[in-house]
Design a protein. Structure first.
Length: 256
């Protein structure tokens, strides 16, 4: 019953809104443009808003059996230390090469930005945190998909260890090949969003992003940034400039 003292719970209100499709997008006040406001990008914005309204929070991506695991091609950068590759960072490529030579003993993941305790994690630090193993399908925007088992620490656990500040809304991932990409807090806190150091029961291979990659099971393959070096929590949407997806012609939001 709806009286001023007994308002419809927000969730029920959103459900009612969602059933009258035309009103869904107009009723959305909590999402922020994940992209620029030009016409060509309108579709991205609509997809993002529709997903954020219609998908149950933290609905899980399907998980498979180990017998379903397939071979997975290594795509995009397969070694950030190789200057012959198209995406090569003159600054971080040589750093990666040295880290790899030392079997990543000197590697650190820094967590910065809107956190209470900016931190630097070694691989051993991350492996000491509670881990999660999941067998999921990776869907590349190029049209292929493959199934693998991933082991790592939920991003949520690392963010909680660093302590999110109250304004924190997005998380950016910086890689050794100079790619930077970001996700919103809903995907960042999703239980299947992992910082993965293992694949199919072994250490993550170089070609698949060693020593640490992101797994975002709710989005297309390119959002699962490989070769991580730095995580930055932000209060505001950041397109990450010329290193980001948007200026390179990709959708910032690639929900599946
Ligand atoms: N740093 C970095 N991350 C990246 C890429 C890349 O080139 N560099 N390619 C992306 C794309 S398009 C896909 S499909 C997956 C491929 O992961 P895989 O090599 O483990 O199959 O990584 C994504 N993450
Ligand atoms: Mo991809």
């Amino acid at each position: 019953m709806m009286t001023p003292n007994n308002p419809v719970p927000r969730r029920a209100f959103m459900k009612a809104m969602a059933s009258s499709a035309g009103l869904v997008l107009a009723g959305c006040g909590q999402t922020e443009p994940p992209t620029y406001g030009n016409l060509l990008r309108m579709g991205d914005l609509l997809t993002y808003k529709a997903h954020r309204l219609l998908l149950p929070e933290h609905s899980l991506a399907h998980e498979y059996e180990y017998s379903d695991v397939t071979s997975v091609p290594a795509i995009g950068t397969t070694n950030p230390g190789n200057p012959a590759r198209s995406i090569y960072s003159a600054e971080f490529g040589p750093v990666y090469e040295q880290l790899r030579a030392d079997e990543f003993s000197g590697w650190r993941l820094t967590v910065e930005g809107s956190v209470m305790r900016p931190s630097a994690f070694t691989l051993a630090d991350l492996k000491r945190l509670p881990s999660r193993t999941q067998i999921t399908r990776h869907a590349c925007e190029e049209g292929w998909s493959a199934i693998a088992q991933w082991t790592g620490v939920p991003l949520r656990t690392v963010l909680e260890a660093a302590g999110l500040q109250s304004g924190a809304r997005y998380v950016q991932f910086h890689a050794y090949d100079d790619i930077v990409d970001g996700i919103d807090m809903l995907d960042a806190l999703h239980p299947q969003t992992l910082l993965a150091y293992g694949m199919n029961g072994r250490d993550l291979p170089i070609g698949h992003g060693a020593p640490l990659r992101l797994r975002v099971e709710t989005q297309l393959g390119y959002k699962s940034v490989k070769f991580l070096r730095r995580i930055v929590v932000t209060d505001h949407f950041d397109d990450n400039g010329s290193q980001g997806t948007i200026q390179n012609g990709w959708s910032w939001y690639a929900g599946i």
